[in-house]
Design a protein around this ligand. Structure first.
Ligand SMILES: [Fe+2]
Length: 504
């Protein structure tokens, strides 16, 4: 492990007597003390070793303790530096304190006073380090609070690994999510400075090693590398993500530093961050389960409508398949497709309020019945308006009977004033409706349906969406035989799609 608890103290003085006195004074204290009487060697030591506290003489021949102070502050920003001198002046004291020295000891000093000052300095350092840790925790938790309700899991995990990188000054970090039972990799989220480190943190070796050993402790490995003029330590850390005693993934990190140390405080933060990642992963999985239960309930509801309207059985499923292919053709992805699934599934939910006598009437509807039928988009809106989770379905429900030329219902919108969701669904819904058997007529032929879609390009339908739809059929992207049965007549379809021009 690269954790370290004993404070490392560097004592610098060209007077061997002072070195001996300080060594004696600190002999029984729980510190690792390195004493040097050559300032050049002290500078070298600072360049290549971790140091928590520096105690240096102010005047050492041609060298000044201020040089040591500056070097220590530069390579160890949170190191405590104390200066000693036998000839104090107010001006010198002010100067070195301004430059970041913690205290100023006047020789000769009592050993008890020296020990107390060092103890006070280290206590001060501990508070500073804990404050820093607390600050990064507060920043992380406030960020986490914003996203914990948003379910954008990738974004959340990205925040987690960015916090890990900041905490360890790591060059690369990644979360690899794994299914605890099947060990299938479900997700990789990463952030890195360069590609070579990226492949290291995306590697699954550490994850499977943690799974095999059932270890709950992080795996930390350090290797030394030559970079430029000096040696650096490359630390690879694999922090397991454990929820309810099951391994759900790992946070891999690579940090390159001169000293290769991880403090206990940093390790605590990494554990907290791994816990956050685990909670987010589990929440997301629960959310997805809930979402699919929700969709199943919605499907059951639409099946109930279709059960009443015997002739439209399977209509919703077919419309969804057509609309989804069309949306992909138009470049829709991710959330847009999820919303489309919900919208298409629910688009005729308002029909639940229409009496059977109208819904299943044989023969044409009279004016009053037609008016009742035309209300189904608004009825659908009323049914779902107060359910937040279903709101993405609103444009589909409300606008799927609007027409490009403004003669549709319920609002008579025209052109691009009609939401794109409604324009897209109108094509898929009408195409399927023409092929479905109705109480008052048999379903038409495929060729007839394609001709009608073409004929109504620019009047009933958005011309661009019609073009995309016809292109989809031309390239055989929709399995029409699978959807409508091979008994249908497909003989003229290719000819209709390739030769007959669309209107407008
Ligand atoms: Fe409808």
């Amino acid at each position: 492990m690269a954790e370290h608890t004993a404070a490392r103290i560097l004592v610098v003085d060209d007077d061997t007597n002072i070195i001996n006195v300080v060594t004696e004074a600190l002999a029984k204290e729980p510190y690792e003390v390195v004493c040097v009487n050559d300032p050049i060697e002290a500078l070298r030591h600072l360049r290549s070793n971790p140091v928590d506290l520096v105690l240096t003489d102010l005047v050492m021949g041609q060298h000044s303790g201020v040089q040591i102070l500056e070097a220590a502050r530069s390579s160890h920003p949170d190191a405590i530096v104390m200066l000693m001198t036998a000839h104090p002046t107010v001006q010198t004291a002010i100067t070195v304190l301004k430059q970041g020295a913690y205290d100023f000891l006047v020789k000769p000093f009592k050993l008890d006073h020296l020990r107390a000052t060092i103890r006070r300095g280290l206590a001060h350092q501990k508070v500073l380090r804990e404050n820093l840790t607390l600050k990064s925790q507060v920043e992380f938790l406030s960020a986490a609070n914003c996203v914990s309700t948003g379910i954008d899991i990738d974004n959340y995990l990205l925040r987690v690994i960015k916090s890990c990188r900041a905490e360890l000054s790591a060059s690369a970090a990644a979360v690899i999510e794994m299914h605890p039972a099947t060990r299938q990799i479900l997700r990789r989220v990463y952030s890195f400075e360069d590609e070579s480190l990226g492949s290291a943190v995306l590697d699954t070796t550490t994850l499977y090693e943690l799974a095999d050993t059932r270890s709950e402790e992080p795996l930390v490995r350090s290797t030394s590398e030559t970079r430029g003029s000096g040696e650096v330590i490359r630390l690879s850390i694999g922090m397991p993500i454990i929820v309810n005693q099951s391994l759900h993934g790992v946070i891999n990190m690579v940090a390159v530093s001169r000293f290769g140390q991880i403090t206990p405080g940093q390790m605590d933060i990494l554990r907290i961050l791994a816990g956050s990642a685990g909670a987010a992963i589990i929440n997301h999985r629960l959310y997805q389960d809930l979402q699919s239960s929700y969709m199943e309930a919605i499907r059951a509801l639409t099946s109930a409508i279709e059960a009443r309207d015997k002739c439209t059985r399977g209509h919703t499923d077919r419309v969804l398949i057509l609309a989804r292919e069309l949306a992909i053709e138009l470049g829709w992805r991710g959330q847009e497709l999820e919303d489309l699934t919900m919208g298409c599934t629910l688009h005729d939910i308002g029909k639940i309020a229409i009496p059977d006598a109208i819904l299943n009437k044989e023969g044409a509807l009279n004016a009053e019945e037609r008016e009742r039928m035309f209300r189904h988009p608004l009825d659908g809106l009323k049914i779902i308006a107060n359910i937040d989770r279903l709101k993405p379905a609103i444009p589909y429900i409300l606008a799927h009977h609007e027409k490009w030329d403004g003669t549709g219902y319920p609002r008579g919108l025209r052109g691009e004033d009609i939401p794109i969701e409604g324009r897209l669904l109108a094509v898929a819904d009408t195409f399927d409706a023409m092929l479905s058997d109705r109480p008052y007529r048999q379903g038409g032929s495929i060729v007839h349906a394609v001709r009608e879609i073409k004929r109504c390009r620019g009047t009933q339908f958005d011309p661009e969406i019609v073009d995309a739809f016809l292109d989809l059929l031309r390239r055989g992207k929709v399995n029409l035989q699978g959807l409508y049965g091979s008994h249908r007549d497909f003989s003229e379809l290719d000819a209709v799609l390739t030769t007959e021009k669309a209107s407008v």
